[in-house]
Design a protein around this ligand. Structure first.
Ligand SMILES: [Zn+2]
Length: 382
């Protein structure tokens, strides 16, 4: 197993922990860092850059942290957390074929993703949300993924996997989260509150215990996640808002497959950010010493709505008659016009001319530091 793989796992687990505990991601990462013996997540990444790598044991320790964060089931503690390990991470990518065409299938954060050549099928964790098949427009029109029979077979495979994922998650939940008692009381799978009426933070729906359990704690109307379903509509305060009960016939289960045919080829859309980046890079090409390079980096590049560019150089960093040949060539390739201007600004570092004598920033920095040091207060003013 590659060391970076474990770091990726730790990141995924932090995300899941943040979700379960309703804390910001950076806090969750710091908690994970503590389990690993660091004070902050920053220290983990620093150590990683310096060669430290998490072990499988580290990952297990963090998995246990997550298991503790989730509610225990009613028979005692939660199971060993093995399901979390399997479901949050894309460790279990499986491969198969439909009519001789290869696909891969994996689960990530409760969602199922199936990929084949030129298509991607996504079945979301929320049971009332539609599965979506995205087909790349640029693939051959005779591709089998356009055929309804192929699509249905792929969908059946993905739905089957989604059911397994769902069963796995439910097995980590208290029994009362998926099975209402005689008074329709159910327990929230994450923060443990109990009630027979639930409310959606997003659409203000009022949901019965049986309904929320059936829809796997996602809002049956707007598919909000379990974290946004509460036992009281506290966000409404004193407002007199009509809470809309959900009718049982709104819980129709998984909707039909939605097929999107999209041109997924990457297209370059020129905007001010991209134009600026390319022009500045070309200006750096044009710089022949440190001073000019600073001039290139410090130049003001203004991009108009039509992408035409105005470059304002600092007189002290860019020679007055020097033509930025590469920048003009790049502009010509992009089909935009360029205006050049010079101005005199206050620069962040004194003696800008020092950079004219070298191409090396290291050498320049030394000269610059010496120049600053040579005018200490204890020296005579010349
Ligand atoms: Zn809702």
């Amino acid at each position: 197993m590659k060391p970076t793989y474990y770091l990726k796992e730790l990141k995924e687990l932090s995300k899941r922990y943040a979700r379960a505990q309703q804390v910001p991601l950076h806090k969750a990462r710091d908690t994970v860092a503590e389990v690993l013996g660091f004070s902050h997540w920053n220290d983990v990444t620093k150590a990683h850059r310096a060669g430290w790598t998490p072990t499988k044991e580290h990952v297990s320790a963090v998995e246990s942290l997550l298991v503790e964060a989730l509610p225990g089931d009613e028979a005692g503690g939660p199971r060993s957390g093995s399901f979390i390990g399997d479901s949050t991470l894309e460790t279990d990518v499986k491969h198969g074929t439909i009519d001789g065409h290869e696909y891969s299938i994996s689960a990530s954060m409760g969602d199922v993703h199936m990929h084949g050549t030129g298509w991607h099928l996504h079945v979301p964790e929320a049971p009332n949300r539609e599965p979506r098949l995205e087909i790349a427009k640029q693939i051959k029109h005779e591709a089998p993924v356009y055929e309804a029979a192929f699509q249905q077979e792929a969908l059946a495979i993905a739905i089957n996997r989604a059911e397994q994922v769902r069963a796995g998650i439910a097995s980590d939940w208290p029994r009362r989260s998926t099975k209402p008692d005689n008074d329709d009381l159910v327990r929230h799978p994450i923060h443990g509150a109990e009630s027979n009426e639930w409310f959606c933070l997003h659409c203000d729906a009022s949901i019965t215990g049986a309904q929320i359990a059936k829809s796997f704690w996602h809002c049956p109307r707007c598919d909000a996640s379990p974290l946004d379903v509460f036992e009281s509509p506290w966000w409404l305060g004193e407002q007199d808002v009509q809470l809309e009960p959900i009718a049982d016939n709104e819980l129709n289960g998984r909707p039909e497959l939605v097929v999107d045919v999209l041109d997924t080829r990457l297209k370059l859309e020129l905007d001010a950010e991209k134009v600026t980046l390319l022009i500045r890079s070309a200006l750096v090409d044009d710089a022949s010493n440190v001073s000019e390079r600073l001039g290139a980096l410090f130049a003001d590049i203004f991009v108009h709505d039509d992408n035409d560019v105005c470059i304002t150089f600092d007189e002290d960093l860019w020679p007055e008659h020097k033509e930025p040949v590469s920048a003009l060539a790049v502009a010509a390739q992009l089909g935009v016009n360029v205006d050049l201007e010079l101005c005199l600004r206050e620069l962040p570092i004194a003696w800008p001319g020092l950079g004219e004598h070298t191409k090396s920033t290291v050498e320049y920095t030394e000269m610059m530091l010496n120049a600053y040091a040579s005018q200490r207060a204890d020296k005579d003013v010349e």
